[in-house]
Design a protein around this ligand. Structure first.
Ligand code: NAD
Ligand SMILES: O=C(O)C(=O)C[C@@H](O)[C@H](O)[C@H](O)COP(=O)(O)O
Ligand code: ZN
Length: 377
């Protein structure tokens, strides 16, 4: 049974508003929670091999306790799963299970499963509902909320997808106990992001509690999850489809980060969260270079990531090739419009903004300088 307080928030989007529930131990109550969301007698749960082997039995038992059955669809773990072949396989398997529009798909896993299942739900039978049960820190603080769904293509990150909001997000922080440290740290980059965007007090909280959070302190984890999803829900509620500007701020660190990920072939060499940490530091350093941000703030960003064991040099293999290759990836960024690629830069910690006047040649020079710095080290 879930222990401790339950925190409930709402993503306010009119007729497709939905709840986010955070409760320690919720996994054992998922069946009851899902009963209030879907009337289907059989729930199709999509997960990856690792998550399912660790937590599938508990989820299934809880669903069985609520008088429903489970049809599991288990996929390989890793970023490569966000791809055309796995999407095609997933859709075929859903159709062979006889999915109909009354079904609610259950995305049980990290951001990879959430993004893929959300996209499959957007297209199968021209759209069916889904619920997010996120199992990584990254997914609990970011990817499960907001309805951005996608796969990667040979050309780049998240280039094919849809905005398709879930019916509910059910978060159990206790699932993080089995998450490997490297993935916990990677997800933490997206936690820090909310502080860097607009909440300097939260960044200061991260400076004093980040190490404990990564060390497994549940109170710190719950605080970080609740603060992050509240921040994200507010932004998504204002700008669901990244059209009015504010949602683009959630891309802080991502224009650089996605290019770094692409250079590593979307592989385990560089995880998404690691790329976001390195990309956020690059955004701050570039802001300093343009005279927009005090150097001391970029130092704080670097120092904090280092203090929690996230050495930005993890991105060195991707940076080493220099600016030209990275810029080529950035040209496919989805924020680009009318030939202009906006950058999310910062006037300081908690003061991110969208800069539409960045000269791409200057970005290339900056990245070349960074690459030279790495080669010297
Ligand atoms: N849609 C969005 O708004 C959004 C936001 C941020 C990131 N993303 C996407 O999310 C993806 C990254 O997600 P991720 O970091 O969760 O990676 P992931 O889904 O690959 O999970 C990381 C690893 O942890 C394992 N795992 C998951 N939960 C576990 C648990 N409780 N215990 C043990 N192992 C567990 C998985 O099997 C996998 O090997 C990227 O593709 C990124 O683009 C999307
Ligand atoms: O929800 C958003 O909006 C985000 O930008 C969150 C990001 O952390 C996430 O990685 C997102 O998938 C990036 O979006 P993209 O549109 O640049 O692919
Ligand atoms: Zn991200």
């Amino acid at each position: 049974m879930s222990e401790g307080p339950r925190k409930e928030l709402v993503v306010a989007l009119g007729d497709h508003s939905y709840p986010i529930l955070v409760a320690d131990g919720l996994i054992d109550d998922m069946g009851a929670e899902l009963a209030g969301i879907s009337a289907a007698e059989r729930l199709i749960v999509v997960s990856d091999e690792i998550v399912w082997s660790l937590h599938g039995a508990r989820l299934s038992a809880s669903i069985a306790k609520a008088g429903r059955s489970v049809a599991p669809v288990i996929l390989p773990p890793g970023e490569g799963t966000k791809s055309w072949p796995v999407l095609a396989d997933l859709v075929d398997r859903l159709l062979s299970l006889g999915i109909d529009r009354d079904d609610h798909l259950i995305a049980f896993g990290g951001g990879v499963i959430g993004d893929l299942v959300g996209f499959a739900a957007a297209i199968v039978m021209r759209g069916c509902a889904y619920v997010q049960i996120p199992t990584t820190l990254l997914a609990q603080v970011d990817s499960s909320v907001g309805g951005k769904t996608a796969i990667n293509t040979a050309a780049g990150k998240n280039l094919v997808g849809a905005f398709h909001q879930p019916s509910a997000v059910l978060i159990d922080p206790s699932l993080l106990d089995t998450l490997p440290l490297r993935h916990l740290r990677a997800g933490y980059a997206e936690v820090v992001k909310y502080g860097l965007i607009s909440d300097p007090d939260f960044f200061a909280w991260c400076e004093s509690h980040g190490a404990a959070l990564i060390g497994g302190d549940r109170d710190a984890q719950v605080h970080a999850i609740s603060t992050s999803v509240a921040s994200k829900a507010a932004i998504v509620g204002e700008d669901e489809r990244e059209r009015k500007g504010r949602r683009a701020l959630l891309n802080l660190g991502h224009t650089f980060g996605h290019a770094l990920e692409a250079e590593c072939g979307f592989s385990d060499i560089l995880l998404h969260g690691e790329a976001v940490a390195a990309g956020s530091l690059l955004a701050f350093l570039f802001s300093v270079r343009r005279g927009l941000c005090p150097a001391a703030d970029a130092d704080r960003v670097r120092d904090h990531f280092s203090a929690v064991g996230m050495d930005p040099s993890v991105a060195a293999p991707a940076l080493r090739g220099g600016g030209k290759a990275l810029i080529a990836h950035m040209q496919l960024d989805k924020k680009k419009s009318g030939g202009t690629l906006p950058f999310i830069l910062a006037h300081g910690i908690g003061q991110a903004f969208i800069d539409r006047n960045v000269d791409i040649a200057d970005v290339e020079l900056f990245l070349d300088e960074q690459a030279r710095g790495i080669r010297r080290d």
